[in-house]
Ligand binder design. Structure first.
Ligand code: SAM
Ligand code: SF4
Length: 442
């Protein structure tokens, strides 16, 4: 029996896809290896959203090969790099890889691996076909986390933000049926999972016959055993009001919204094809807060998009100061092959300016995160225990509160997967600390 090791790069969607891959390969007689060193086949499930994700994978390929000191290992490149860099991956003779497979080809993996064995071909195998229909509805992913389970409720994206490679690497948007999603949630609840996170590139455009994302959330919340539902990401351009209402009112839906801003200036937003203005974004934030004042808000921001001036960048600063996010992922613009921005707009903001801008936004965010976290001191938060808090200390647990913030507390007799209520006694910009006040019977 051949042993396979899979390494995952990038977003939660890739983490979920790796679970699908494990399930497909497990069902075809492959054994999963615990480490790369003991594997006959190493699969890298890759990301190509930003340049440094790619670079890591290229380095890793060489590193795996060198580690084997001449002993044969088969290497497969899966995921977004396979669709985005197909030509380079297949045609570079110095790259020691055996095959590539895109995000819609995972059911074909057993066949691709089979074809590798003894085919004697010099050419590398590949399948990077993008499908309009593949949602892996018939594959039950091999979830292993035990506390939170990811579930892709849709795949692909039709938004074509000009900076983004996802529509090219993951293809057209398609939704899974609510029955199929609920069926998967039920199975997970039976296995003991208490939290699910529903994934899609833009969950607001989830559609299946008469169902939208709000009705999907309601259906998932009816599954017994599931206590918390998270989701990511909604797009600020088309946030349905009925969805806001469900988030604010359904007690199982966590009170956190990831609302990617990307930029604060209207001209830049238009060049990005985000299809909302600064005012529309801020109005949405006001509406969210009027419905649920304590809603935790997080975001994604890109600095140094082509032609962004210092004055325009200051408008991103202004929006951040106005919204005061609980946390933010801030990225330097990274030109991606095939995207509209790459074809139309030269990457002309100097690296130093990008660095200056990202440093500035990270400082602001650190201040805001700290300010928000300090405001929780003295409150009692329900926490779902995830794991020991650091590899070094065995004395503390960490879990997450409803707003998805990490909470650390002394271990006591509690266990992973349990809900406890924790009195918050201390805070940094990154975590909350406290003591367990009560074990919750959830
Ligand atoms: N669909 C999600 C949304 O619209 O929020 C985003 C998915 S994307 C994989 C995650 C984040 O990566 C984006 O929100 C954006 O901030 C960032 N990103 C995408 N393309 C990028 C690029 N070319 N350069 C820098 N950051 C990028
Ligand atoms: Fe990319 Fe925009 Fe789609 Fe998000 S919504 S995946 S940023 S194209």
């Amino acid at each position: 029996m051949k042993k396979v090791f899979i390494e995952t790069y990038g977003c939660q969607m890739n983490v979920y896809d790796t679970e699908i891959i494990k399930s497909v390969l497990g069902g075809s007689g492959y054994e999963l290896a615990d480490s790369e060193a003991e594997a006959d086949i190493v699969l890298l499930n890759t990301c190509s959203v930003r340049e440094n994700a790619n670079r890591k994978v290229y380095n890793r390929i060489h590193n795996i090969q060198q580690g084997r000191k001449g002993e044969k290992v088969q290497i497969g490149i899966l995921g977004c790099m396979a669709t985005n860099f197909r030509k380079q991956l297949l045609e570079n003779p110095k790259l020691p890889i055996d095959f590539i497979a895109g995000p819609d080809s995972y059911k074909r993996l057993p066949q691709l691996l089979e074809d590798l064995n003894g085919n004697g071909k010099e050419a590398k195998n590949f399948d990077v076909t993008l499908s309009e229909f593949e949602t892996y509805s018939d594959v039950y992913p091999a979830q292993s986390n035990g506390v939170n389970a990811w579930i892709a409720v849709m795949r692909g994206c039709d938004n074509f933000c000009t900076f983004c490679v996802v529509p090219y690497t993951r293809g057209r948007e398609r939704s899974r049926s609510p029955e199929n999603v609920v069926d998967e949630v039920r199975r997970l609840a039976d296995q003991g999972y208490r939290q699910v996170t529903l994934l899609g590139q833009n969950v607001n455009s989830y559609r299946y016959e008469d169902h939208d994302f709000a009705s999907l959330l309601e259906k998932v919340s009816e599954v017994g055993g599931i206590k918390r539902i998270r989701f990511t990401s909604p797009h600020p351009k088309d946030f349905p009001r009925n969805l806001l209402k469900v988030i604010a009112e359904n007690p199982k839906v966590c009170k956190q919204i990831h609302l990617p801003l990307q930029a604060g200036n209207d001209r830049v937003l238009e060049m990005m094809n985000r299809t909302y203005t600064q005012k529309e974004y801020l109005d949405l934030v006001d509406e969210i807060r009027s419905l649920y004042p304590q809603m935790v808000l997080t975001t994604d921001i890109i600095v140094g998009f082509p032609t962004e001036t210092d004055a325009e960048f200051q408008e991103t600063v202004k929006v951040m100061e106005e919204v005061v996010y609980d946390s933010a992922f801030i990225f330097k613009y990274s030109e991606r092959p095939q995207t509209i921005a790459q074809r139309k707009f030269p990457d002309d903001v100097p690296e130093e300016a990008k660095t200056e801008r990202i440093v500035k936004l990270n400082e602001i965010q650190k201040r805001h995160s700290y300010q928000k976290n300090l405001s929780h001191i003295g409150e009692i938060h329900d926490v779902l225990i995830e794991e020991e808090s650091t590899k070094k200390s065995h004395d503390e647990y960490q879990g997450r509160n409803d707003g998805n913030k990490i909470v650390i507390f002394p271990k006591g007799d509690y266990h992973k997967g349990q809900f406890v209520s924790v009195k918050i006694t201390d805070a940094t910009a990154n975590v909350l600390r406290g003591d367990v006040a009560e074990v919750l019977r959830k």
